[in-house]
Design a binder for this molecule. Sequence first.
Ligand code: HEC
Length: 145
Amino acid sequence: IMFASVKAGELATDADYVRVITRGLKGTNMLALPLEPKEVEAVTQYVKSLSAKWTDPSAKAGTPITAAADPWTDEAAAVAKGKELVKAHCASCHATADNEGTGSDSSYGFLKAPKLDKGLALKAGDAPADIYRVIAAGLGGTAMT
Ligand code: HEC
């Protein structure tokens, strides 16, 4: 699935399905579903049963990425370094607020990388842990590794 905690391309953990089902995807038609935990687990197992990737009984979820403790104490320095890194690693796909890159379609052709600026509704959530997961794990099924 796209917003998983495992490296893009690996199979998502059950916790990834549960997170997406219970929280929904911000700014999209997929709302958080008002289901009981036991029902969320049932939906998770059903959705997995629909995927060819899970038909092999030896199929295993990938290992979730773990966030390192935040090593930055100087926020301005972190922002400056981050800007450099985004320019080097992200601007080929994402236009950014201060570097009007063109952005590009993903390899799927229809998933345009969104512009990274203040107006961006983050589907996977905007808590630091959510953003960290998106960047460190990538987005399965898109060009963002
Ligand atoms: C090869 C292309 C590509 C590269 C490189 C790339 N991305 Fe993405 N990114 C995408 C695409 C495509 C999406 C949109 C997925 C969707 O929602 O359909 C996306 C979505 C996102 C999102 C939105 C997540 C959400 O919750 O909605 C963030 C944040 C993001 N990228 C940050 C980054 C950062 C930071 C980098 C560099 C470290 C980066 N991306 C590199 C293609 C790319």
